[in-house]
Design a protein around this ligand. Structure first.
Ligand SMILES: [Zn+2]
Length: 245
């Protein structure tokens, strides 16, 4: 059964790659975001808590876990924080694991703005690139990046929509990154708005993964073996070099 699921997963990721040519303009119609909610624990983050906060010089997102204890958030539903369109939905393996990015268009101070929300280390992805989603829609399940970490949701919000999964694509500043929970609290009540907006979801710099094995590290032993055969270099340290985190 698990082998069947794996085959289906591989097939759908190949389809996804052919649907959206990253780097080329890909215009998709999306409902304008009318408010932002939390990605886990329902709209109000019930029963979840932040285990690691945002730091503009270090951790460019927030980690969310269950208030019920370590591991209790594993495979909990992850929801789209607002209306938007899925701009990335892939298994990047390495330290990211399964990642979803959603592009949002919204009005702020009477002006049309854009933001990307990013959900990482997922156990499952339920959406495809180019797919419109609505606020609260279940898009995936909380995971552990193929066994690399304790289960948690790594969650980011980008003002700079060129970043995607490459943190070195933009300066570490609050002009490019939002403090995720602060942004959500500031956008829970927004002026009523209807309508659709066409956004370009082909604007990302994509990682090259040069010199990095494509195989995910499913177990702690595999990570240790890799580190031993690479002069003590861990996947996490390669990740930091490549993505700046
Ligand atoms: Zn994190």
């Amino acid at each position: 059964m698990s082998r069947l699921v794996l085959v289906i997963g591989l097939a759908s990721s190949l389809l996804t790659f052919s649907n959206v040519a990253v780097g080329e303009p890909t215009m998709v119609s999306t409902a304008i975001a009318d408010r932002f909610d939390f990605p886990v624990g329902g709209p109000n983050a019930d029963g979840v808590q932040m285990s690691r906060g945002f730091n503009v010089r270090g951790h460019l997102g927030e980690d969310w876990v269950s208030a019920a204890g370590p591991g209790a958030i594993y495979r909990a539903p992850v929801s789209a924080v607002a209306n938007g369109v899925v701009s990335l939905a892939r298994d990047f393996k390495r330290s990211w694991g399964n990642v979803i990015v959603i592009r949002h268009a919204f009005y702020e101070g009477g002006q049309l703005k854009y933001a990307d929300s990013l959900y990482a280390h997922l156990d499952k992805i339920f959406v495809a690139e180019g797919q419109p989603v609505t606020r609260g829609q279940e898009i995936g399940l909380v995971g552990n990046a193929h066994g690399l970490y304790h289960p948690h949701l790594h969650f980011e919000i980008h003002r700079n929509t060129a970043i995607g999964v490459v943190h070195t694509a933009a300066t570490r500043s609050l002009a490019n990154y939002e403090v995720p929970s602060t942004f959500i609290m500031q956008h829970r009540v927004m002026a009523p708005v209807r309508g659709k907006m066409v956004v370009d979801i082909g604007s990302y710099t994509m990682p090259t993964f040069a010199g990095i094995p494509a195989k995910p590290f499913y177990t702690r032993n595999a990570v240790s073996r890799f580190a031993a055969s690479n002069g003590g270099t861990t996947p996490q340290s390669i990740f930091r070099t490549l993505f700046g985190n």
